[in-house]
Design a protein around this ligand. Structure first.
Ligand code: FPP
Length: 243
């Protein structure tokens, strides 16, 4: 599927972050189990990643599993974990040959070691790619990320490697999972919910937000192109006043 060609793409967002919501409702509306919706959602990821280059999106960050998602039924959690394993195993070659660099953010300690190994393999294999940086948030929560970053920072202080007087915003940023990424310019949430659910709270301090009714499995590159055009027409001042 190809996206609308967008002549203003150069003024569009460079980093788009997406809360992919609505898979469960999409499946329920079809009388199917929730996992059917997650599988349909996984297919959408591919279409959206492929649309990024022509929209000028260099960084795409997607929320695949939150630190709160463990509260879902055991069947759904196990199904999602199996989907992630299969997705990585199946997509690795294509992501590599299409020039996509993949990163994962989130706490890997609670994830199955086999999944962590696949994640590491995909990161390693695509490390020299640079067309689009796809970041998949897996067992990610923003507060958890800030807590883990603070722990690492405190360790460096305790070891005498960091002077507390030198700690500023930029220092903390260096300890976050997202340290290699620019801040998101545009955060999109699908499915009509207007919440940010613990996603990139620190990083999105100046992001623009779009909440759309579309359920994630129905989200298309054309809709992404439209949201990028909206973004291009916004006046971002970062707290300053236009001269
Ligand atoms: C939210 O929909 C979606 C998730 C918790 C999982 C997101 C996962 C995918 C899109 C699939 C796979 C992704 C990759 C990278 C392979 P929901 O279940 O909360 O929907 P609902 O609000 O309608 O119940």
């Amino acid at each position: 599927m190809s996206a609308d060609p967008d002549p203003s793409a150069q003024h569009g967002p460079r980093h788009v972050a997406i809360i992919m919501d609505g898979n469960g409702r999409w499946a329920q509306a079809r009388g199917r189990p929730r996992l059917f919706g997650h599988h349909a959602g996984a297919k959408r990821v591919r279409d959206v990643v492929q649309a990024c280059p022509e929209l000028g999106i260099k960084y795409l960050t997607i929320f695949a599993f939150s630190t709160e998602n463990w509260k879902r039924t055991q069947v759904e959690v196990a199904g999602l974990m199996s989907l992630f394993r299969r997705y990585i195993a199946k997509e690795t070659k294509d992501l590599f040959s299409e020039g996509i660099r993949v990163h994962f953010i989130g706490d890997r300690d609670r994830l199955d070691p086999k999944l962590v190994e696949l994640m590491r393999g995909l990161e390693e294999m695509t490390r020299d790619n640079d067309l689009v940086h796809l970041t998949i948030a897996l067992n990610y929560g923003s507060r958890d990320e800030v807590a883990r970053a603070t722990k690492l920072l405190a360790r460096d202080v305790a070891r005498g490697e960091l002077d507390p007087e030198d700690v500023d915003e930029e220092t903390l940023t260096r300890y976050l999972d997202t340290r290699v990424l620019p801040d998101p310019d545009l955060v999109i949430r699908t499915s009509g919910e207007a919440r940010i659910s613990n996603f990139l709270l620190w990083q999105s301090a100046y992001a623009e937000y779009e909440f759309v009714d579309t359920l994630w499995p129905d989200f298309t590159p054309d809709e992404l192109a439209r949201l990028c055009r909206n973004y291009g027409s916004r006046d971002r001042r970062f707290g300053a006043v236009r001269a």
